[in-house]
Design a protein around this ligand. Structure first.
Ligand code: MLT
Length: 263
């Protein structure tokens, strides 16, 4: 489905009925990464999964991207769908966006699942890495970004034993426009430190981390779970950064239990 939100065409999935659950995807992926969760959870919930601007089937204008803008796009989409409040599941960049969303629209958040993400801002080295990757995207294209990102997104075991999954994740990256890749890299580089926000998060929260997550290891999940009042940490065994794709049943099961606890 598509809607014009904040002046651009935003693509999204809207499937199922019941309590709305918004799935926010990782970088450089799209809502396609949520396929296993959309299938399973839409039997009991209304699942909304947007492609952020710059990704998937959404427009990818060459412009200044910010995570606040992503949050505004999500809020605009919810307005369009007449949804006041939802549970938000954000994985990695989706989690960074969840923090931005909470700063601006906390009344609309019924609960959070913060998966394979972190509250800390980038280090100087991390920021430099973003600019280098944007440069790679510009000079060599999205395929070169896929080469760099695949070993970060998937665990070594998955890279060796799940060729179909590897191909799917690669294909999504290769289909992403360079403007979106570079824009999101700049947006992530300039995101603020969300550690001070953690103690202000007042909604029920589940933190999920893949046991083998390299970019946002379990220690990052632990920090969020410790600082968010009442939050619970679930470590998904045998899963890397895209834990929802490497161990879809365990991931979906954890989200489902959390959703049931809110009902
Ligand atoms: C992601 O999966 O969204 C990215 O790895 C996040 C990041 O680069 O910080």
């Amino acid at each position: 489905m598509r809607a014009t939100i904040n002046g651009i065409n935003l693509a999204y999935t809207d499937q199922g009925r019941g309590m709305p659950v918004v799935l926010l995807h990782a970088f450089p992926q799209s809502r396609a990464m949520w396929a296993p969760q959309v299938d399973a959870l839409s039997k009991t919930h209304r699942i909304i999964a947007p492609d952020f601007r710059g990704f998937g089937e959404s427009d990818a204008p060459l412009q200044h991207y910010t995570l606040d803008q992503f949050a505004d796009d999500v809020a605009g989409l919810l307005d369009h769908l007449a949804i006041k409040q939802a549970v938000f599941v954000g994985l990695s960049m989706g989690g960074y966006t969840a923090f931005a969303f909470y700063r601006k629209y906390r009344d609309r958040v019924k609960g959070f699942v913060l998966a394979d993400t972190r509250a800390q801002a980038d280090t100087e080295e991390g920021r430099a890495g973003r600019f280098a990757m944007a440069q790679t995207a510009q000079t060599k294209g999205a395929g070169a970004v896929a080469d760099i990102m695949l070993p970060k997104l998937l665990s070594p075991v998955a890279l060796q034993t799940k060729p179909e999954l590897v191909q799917r994740v690669r294909a999504t990256i290769e289909q992403t426009q360079v403007s979106g890749i570079a824009g999101a890299l700049m947006a992530m580089a300039e995101r603020p430190d969300s550690v001070p926000l953690l103690s202000q998060i007042a909604c029920p929260t589940l933190v999920i981390t893949g046991e083998l997550d390299g970019p946002t290891p379990p220690a990052d999940g632990q920090l969020m779970a410790e600082r968010i009042s009442g939050a619970r940490l679930e470590i998904i065994s045998q899963a890397g950064h895209l834990s929802n794709l490497e161990q879809p049943d365990a991931f979906t099961g954890a989200v489902r239990s959390f959703l049931n606890s809110l009902a």
